[in-house]
Write a protein that binds this ligand. Structure first.
Ligand SMILES: Cc1cc2nc3c(=O)[nH]c(=O)nc-3n(C[C@H](O)[C@H](O)[C@H](O)COP(=O)(O)OP(=O)(O)OC[C@H]3O[C@@H](n4cnc5c(N)ncnc54)[C@H](O)[C@@H]3O)c2cc1C
Length: 503
């Protein structure tokens, strides 16, 4: 492997400056201040998802007390927050923890090659502003690249789409000045983006139709958290935040567990809640009763029932049918009906992308991600000095991202204390291999073949359970005889010398 000693070196190189990458940099600054850290971001701005998506009404679909960082309270009034407020929160956090200066925008990491003799990654980076290729080296590679492709969203090829006379828009690329006032808009899709867009567009469009192939579970939740409002008035900010964060985490876990154990009960609760918010005689079983069980796919959350309100007021409607073909004036459906439209929004999802599309190599051998096994849901078997943030599918992303960041800090301190230059999860004794994620959603299923596997027991099993992960990642031992299989086979350099820090 060609490495150039003149390439800039950093102890930890973080890929991506979204919610996770910024959080990881803050955590490292706090817990490992002696480590040098650089964050490389492909885009020209930080914030990731919350900077990229600009469609009307963009908002979180989980509460900000759990989507916010554990170490920095969410202080705004709304618990279900709009995209710009979340972006501000990320910027403010980066400023407060003084990590903005560590971030280099317009740097896309294309590949990373590990050299065991040197115990170093050599990372090839493309400058997205100048087109230049630059090389950097690091001891630890920490990937916070999110989970989907930034350049294009998922859009099925609709027959006849070229005939349609109006714009067809993907929410990932929302045009700056799209005038949808008094227009007939059809939103294709039934996921989080569709249920966010429909009520927002319906506030000024002539009418908005949500066209879905099959229904999704939609649950209403207050946009403001009443307990948070009460506690914030009486308690110190940090304490109030911690209490509401735990309350919401446990509440979410309870609903998830109930959905797994008593799906029929949860189905009937959701059905009753939907009926209560929809007009009399509404075909709730056609449009809001999925064939799968609650939480087999991500559940959609609507603040203060805004989607149901738009339907009740006649500003929006739901059609459950299939696109036969586009016509010049709208969409012809499989049932034979026609939906007239001036604008079509294809809220049909994302293309999943593991580790930001980077090519990994270990000692000259390319890493096939699908052959690796995920260790504690954040490292990969056979890949040294590497961590990867993938948030929960059944709870807020940041709950897991924060735990991964804390674990990485503990791991680095442990390595320093014990003189380990290298840490590599060894999955040679793992026999059962399961898919990485257990959601049945299309976007997950489309890419599972390219993702790492998980085993069927600790530490190779993904819990999707915050309380168990706190025990595993925040409190559990670092050295479990799996992760340090390559126990300092590599000479310890000056940067890896023992430092006494809490592990
Ligand atoms: C519309 C939308 C709404 C969502 N709402 C919620 C929600 O309410 N709750 C929730 O828990 N989750 C939600 N999610 C999931 C969401 O992505 C996470 O909550 C969170 O924003 C992920 O943060 P991240 O930093 O890990 O990834 P991202 O936000 O995707 O940021 C990744 C960053 O890495 C950069 N990057 C990628 N590859 C490279 C590379 N090779 N080199 C350099 N940089 C790279 C990207 O440019 C980007 O800036 C939502 C997702 C979407 C799309």
């Amino acid at each position: 492997m060609s490495t150039s000693d003149s390439s800039p070196y950093t102890d930890v190189l973080i890929v991506g400056a979204g919610l996770s990458g910024v959080g990881a940099a803050c955590q490292l600054r706090r817990d490992c201040p002696e480590k040098s850290v650089v964050v490389l971001e492909a885009r020209d701005a930080i914030g990731g998802t919350w900077d990229l998506f600009r469609y009307p009404g963009i908002r979180s679909d989980s509460d900000m007390f759990t989507l916010g960082y554990r170490f920095r309270p969410w202080t705004e009034a709304k618990s279900i927050a709009d995209g710009p407020s979340i972006l501000n929160y990320i910027h403010d956090t980066a400023r407060e923890f003084d990590v903005r200066r560590l971030i280099r925008v317009n740097h896309r990491v294309a590949s990373a090659k590990w050299n065991s003799a040197e115990a170093r990654w050599t990372v090839e980076v493309q400058r997205t502003d100048t087109g230049e290729t630059v090389t950097m080296r690091c001891a630890f590679l920490y990937v916070c690249s999110g989970y989907y492709r930034y350049d294009e969203g998922f859009s099925p090829t609709f027959p006849g789409v070229e005939r349609f006379s109006g714009p067809v828009i993907h929410p990932q690329h929302w045009p700056d000045r799209l005038d949808y006032r008094d227009k007939r808009v059809v939103v294709i899709g039934s996921g989080a983006t569709a249920v966010t867009l429909v009520p927002t567009l319906a506030s000024s469009a002539a009418h908005v139709t949500m066209l879905q192939r099959s229904p999704t579970y939609v649950a209403s939740r207050p946009a403001r958290d009443p307990l948070a409002d009460r506690l914030r008035a009486r308690l110190p900010q940090k304490l109030a935040y911690a209490i509401v964060r735990w309350k919401n985490t446990l509440e979410g876990m309870a609903i998830f567990q109930l959905s797994r154990r008593r799906p029929d009960y949860v189905k009937s609760m959701l059905r009753k809640a939907a009926i209560a918010q929809l007009p009399d005689g509404y075909e709730v079983d056609t449009h809001f009763a999925p064939s799968y069980n609650p939480w087999d796919q991500r559940m959609c959350l609507v603040p203060d029932g805004d989607l149901f309100t738009a339907i009740r007021e006649g500003r929006a409607s739901v059609v459950t049918d299939h696109v036969e073909e586009f016509t010049e004036t709208g969409i012809k459906l499989a049932s034979g009906a026609e939906l007239p439209a001036d604008i079509v929004v294809s809220a049909t999802g994302l293309n999943m992308l593991a580790i930001g599309g980077m090519a990994l190599e270990v000692d000259g051998r390319p890493v096939d991600l699908s052959k690796t096994v995920s260790y504690k849901g954040m490292m990969l078997s056979g890949v040294p000095n590497f961590a990867w943030t993938i948030g929960y599918t059944n709870a807020s992303w940041t709950l897991k991202a924060d735990l991964v960041a804390q674990y990485v800090c503990r791991l680095l301190a442990h390595m320093d204390r014990h003189g380990h230059a290298t840490v590599t999860p060894d999955a040679s004794r793992v026999t059962a291999h399961h898919p990485f994620l257990d959601l049945t959603s299309g976007y997950v299923q489309r890419s599972m073949d390219l993702m790492p596997k998980q085993g069927d027991r600790l530490p190779w099993r993904l819990h999707q359970n915050y309380v168990r992960d706190v025990a595993l990642l925040r409190r559990g031992p670092i050295d479990d005889d799996v992760v340090f299989a390559a126990r300092s086979a590599v000479p310890v350099g000056p940067r890896q010398q023992v430092r006494q820090r809490v592990g």
